[in-house]
Design a protein around this ligand. Structure first.
Ligand code: FES
Length: 360
C-alpha cells in the first residue's frame, strides 16, 4: 500500500510542502510570527534558498547522477528495485544521515565550508524555514543530494520519496519555534518516552542547542549536536549534548551582518565589510604571545576560555573558533580573584596555566 501511495507522481513534493505549511500554521497559531523580528534579508535567504534548492539545485544534481549512471554504469540501473521499500528506506536514511553528519560537522570545522554554512547560524530566531539558509554552493557540495541521485538510479526512488518526507518531519520540527519536546521533559509520565526518543532522533532541544549563541549559557553547544535526523552519530563520535533546555539567544556572536547577496553567493560575491569573514582579506590570526594572562574574575560569573588561539580578546573566546575543530572551555569563577589563564593553549589543565609555555 505504501509502495502504491508513493507511485503517485510528485507525492513527496506535496507532502514536504504540506509539512512546511503545517508548521507555518502551528507557529502562526502560537503567535510566533506576530513576535518575529525577521528582516527582509532573512526572508530572502530562507524563502529564496528553499525555492532555488527545490526548483533548480536538487533536480539538476539528481538528473546529472541519473544521466551519468545511465551512460557509464547501465548495468547498475535498478539494482535495488527487487528489495522491499523498508530495506531501501533504511539503506537510504542511514547512509544519507551519516553523510550529512560529517558534512555538517566539517562545515563547522573547515574554514571554507564554514563560510558557506554560517548564514544558517546567523538566524537570530528559530523557525520552520531556517533549515534552508545556507550559501548556494553549500548545496552543490552536499553529499546527500548526490546520494539521492545515486540511490534513485539504483532503483530506490520510492524509498527516497518516503525518506525525504520522514526527514523533513524531523528537520522542520527540530528547527521550529513550536517545541513539542519541552512539555514532555516536564511530564513525569511522558518523560521516559522523550528520553528514549532523543537517543535516536533529533529533538528541538537538541538542535536548538546547536543554534544557541554561546556555550556561556550552559545550554548551547554551537560546536556540537551536528546530527540531522538521528542523534546516534553525535553520540557515537562524541559531539552530543543533551541539555533538555532551550537557549535564550540564537545566532552568532560578533556578527557583522552581511547582505543576503554576500551570504548566499559567497565566494562569487564577497562582503564589503572588512570585519566580515566573507571579506576577501579577512584572516584569523593566532595569538602573538604565549605567556599566561592574569585576569580578574567575579564570583559566580561564567567565562569562556579561548582554546583555538585566534580570539582577539585573549584569553577569552570571541567566537573566532568557528571554522576550526576547537571549542571554548566554559568555567565558572568560584570566588572573585585574579586567575592566571593559559595563553599558549598547550595547558593540560584548561583554562589555567600549567607552565606548558616554558616547553616551547
Ligand atoms: S575564539 Fe572561541 S575558542 Fe578561540
Amino acid at each position: 500500500m505504501i509502495e502504491s501511495f508513493f507511485n503517485i507522481p510528485n507525492i513527496d513534493f506535496y507532502l514536504v510542502i504540506g509539512i512546511l505549511f503545517f508548521f507555518c500554521l502551528l507557529e502562526t497559531f502560537y503567535g510566533h510570527w506576530h513576535q518575529s523580528k525577521r528582516k527582509k534579508s532573512d526572508w530572502i535567504q530562507e524563502l529564496g534558498g528553499y525555492a532555488v534548492l527545490g526548483i533548480f539545485i536538487k533536480p539538476l544534481l539528481v538528473m546529472t547522477v541519473l544521466w551519468v549512471g545511465h551512460f557509464l554504469f547501465p548495468s547498475g540501473q535498478g539494482f535495488l528495485s527487487g528489495n522491499s521499500i523498508f530495506f531501501n528506506l533504511l539503506l537510504y536514511l542511514f547512509i544519507d544521515d551519516f553523510l550529512q553528519y560529517w558534512y555538517h560537522r566539517l562545515a563547522h570545522e573547515k574554514p571554507f565550508l564554514w563560510k558557506l554554512h554560517r548564514p544558517h547560524h546567523q538566524a537570530e530566531e528559530m523557525g520552520f524555514f531556517v533549515s534552508y539558509r545556507n550559501a548556494m554552493l553549500y548545496y552543490f557540495l552536499m553529499p546527500n543530494i548526490w546520494w539521492v541521485g545515486f540511490i534513485t538510479f539504483l532503483g530506490g526512488g520510492k524509498a527516497v520519496a518516503l525518506g525525504l518526507v520522514l526527514k523533513q518531519l524531523i528537520i522542520v520540527s527540530s528547527h521550529s519555534t513550536v517545541k513539542y519536546d519541552a512539555a514532555l521533559y516536564q511530564n513525569k509520565l511522558l518523560q521516559p518516552f522523550i528520553l528514549v526518543w532523543e537517543r535516536i532522533f533529533i529533538t528541538p532541544a537538541f538542535h536548538h542547542a546547536h543554534h544557541g549563541k554561546s556555550r556561556r549559557d550552559g545550554i548551547s553547544d554551537p560546536n556540537g549536536n551536528f546530527g540531522n535526523m538521528f542523534s546516534i552519530w553525535d553520540q557515537l563520535f562524541g559531539t552530543a549534548t543533551f541539555s533538555h533546555q532551550f537557549p535564550t539567544k540564537y545566532g552568532l556572536e560578533n556578527d557583522p551582518k552581511e547582505t543576503w547577496k554576500a551570504a548566499y553567493f559567497y565566494p562569487f560575491i564577497k562582503s564589503k565589510k572588512i570585519e566580515s569573514e566573507l571579506h576577501k582579506d579577512f584572516q584569523k590570526n593566532p595569538t602573538k604571545s604565549n605567556k599566561p594572562i592574569l585576569v580578574d574574575v567575579l564570583q559566580g560569573e561564567k567565562y569562556l576560555w579561548c582554546k583555538c588561539g585566534r580570539s582577539k580578546n585573549q584569553p577569552f573566546c570571541d567566537s573566532s573558533h568557528h571554522g576550526t575543530s576547537h571549542k571554548p572551555v566554559l568555567f565558572e569563577a568560584q570566588k572573585s580573584r585574579k586567575l592566571r589563564l593559559c595563553n599558549c593553549k598547550l595547558t593540560k589543565n584548561p583554562p589555567y596555566c600549567d607552565d606548558s609555555h616554558k616547553t616551547i
